[in-house]
Design a protein around this ligand. Structure first.
Ligand code: ADP
Ligand code: MG
Length: 325
């Protein structure tokens, strides 16, 4: 490590909140942490590469926020309580302005979620941010992709397609005819996804199967269906769509249940399954967490994912002009 890298770490990163379970944070060869008795450690990592996972003109603040949020979303999907982060940061140059904006947003986000940055790596190269997150979960409350059962209902949190539409608006600079409020909302869904941490922990009391939607509902529910060796019916008319997305679509005359909503990606909402008896429970939890939660389908015995229209008929994507998923 060069002196300037050491200086970067000291100035920008070695100053997070102190959790009581961190014996040794930034500064030594490894961090030392104490996991709580009787819990498992859930671990995940995600990399955001400039120009690939975010447009290269994304603000340092948004990149920092999102690099944490996407990892906490993975923990939420397991029902885990986030605790510790590692940050592997690759930057093209030591740009003070960029680094202080990035670090401030990173620390604010850590504080918000009660997580501590306990180490990482700093290197020079094309901009890329890898965050590794660890949290706690009791093994019997962990929500796994391979645990869906035929007859379970399929739910999603929030609304779908907003981030993908936000990206499309950015890329095409399609701002004519859209309201500023709608554009702001869609861009905030792209740059500031809210990991459903508290709801994930709460629903893990009842659900055994969840995934976070990062690649679009079809792809991610596809992982559940394959891992659980089952099928699914998806009710396309029930997909939760935001007002902003509906407004933009109505301006552009497209069908809301489009490829973008099902496969656009970057939603960072939870998709989970629940036995039918928990219908009232999920309604109550949604209210408590002030979160929209929508049943979008049911788990079936086999046959992959079948999309249904409002009349209960199967949608043949080949015939309907939808692009392939
Ligand atoms: P080593 O050479 O042993 O890998 P480094 O010189 O890379 O150690 O890092 C020194 C200390 O700073 C280590 O504790 C490491 O975890 C921490 N660190 C390095 N980069 C970051 C970063 N971007 N954010 C947080 N901690 C970091
Ligand atoms: Mg190192």
């Amino acid at each position: 490590m060069s002196a300037s890298e050491f200086e970067i770490i000291r100035r920008y990163f070695d100053k997070t909140i102190s959790r009581h379970d961190v014996l040794l944070g930034i500064g030594d060869d490894c961090a030392l942490v104490t996991p709580p008795d009787g819990k498992q450690i859930a671990m995940t990592a995600d990399t955001l590469v400039s120009g690939v996972h975010f447009p290269s003109n994304t603000s340092a603040q948004d990149i920092a926020y999102k690099s944490i949020a996407v990892n906490l979303s993975d923990l939420a999907a397991m029902g885990a309580e986030p605790a510790w982060l590692m940050l592997a940061l690759t930057i093209p140059e030591s740009d003070e302005h960029w680094l202080s904006a990035f670090a401030e947003s990173f620390h604010t986000t850590c504080l918000h979620y009660g997580v501590q940055l306990i180490g990482g790596d700093t290197t020079r190269g094309p901009l890329s941010v890898t965050v590794h997150a660890a949290g706690f979960v009791e093994s019997h409350r962990c929500m796994r992709r391979d645990a869906a059962k035929s007859g379970d209902r399929i739910y999603v949190t929030g609304s779908l397609g907003d981030a993908a539409l936000g990206l499309r608006l950015l890329q095409a600079e399609l701002t004519e005819g859209e309201s500023i409020a709608d554009i702001d909302y869609l861009l905030s869904r792209l740059n500031r996804p809210e990991p459903r941490v508290a709801f994930g922990i709460a629903i893990s009391e009842f659900s055994r199967c969840a995934i976070d939607i990062s690649d679009g509902l079809l792809a991610d529910l596809g992982h559940v269906v394959r891992a659980s060796d089952c099928g699914a019916q998806l009710f396309l008319d029930r997909l939760p769509l935001s007002d902003a997305l509906r407004n933009v679509y109505s301006n552009n005359g497209e069908i809301p249940e489009s490829q973008l909503v099902l496969s656009g990606g970057d939603d960072y909402e939870l998709c989970f399954t629940l036995r039918a008896e928990y219908e009232n429970t999920v309604t109550k939890l949604a209210e408590q967490h002030a979160l929209q939660v929508t049943q979008v389908g049911v788990i079936t015995n086999a046959g992959g994912i079948v999309c249904m229209d409002a009349n209960g008929g199967e949608i043949d994507f080949a015939q309907s002009g939808y692009q392939h998923f």
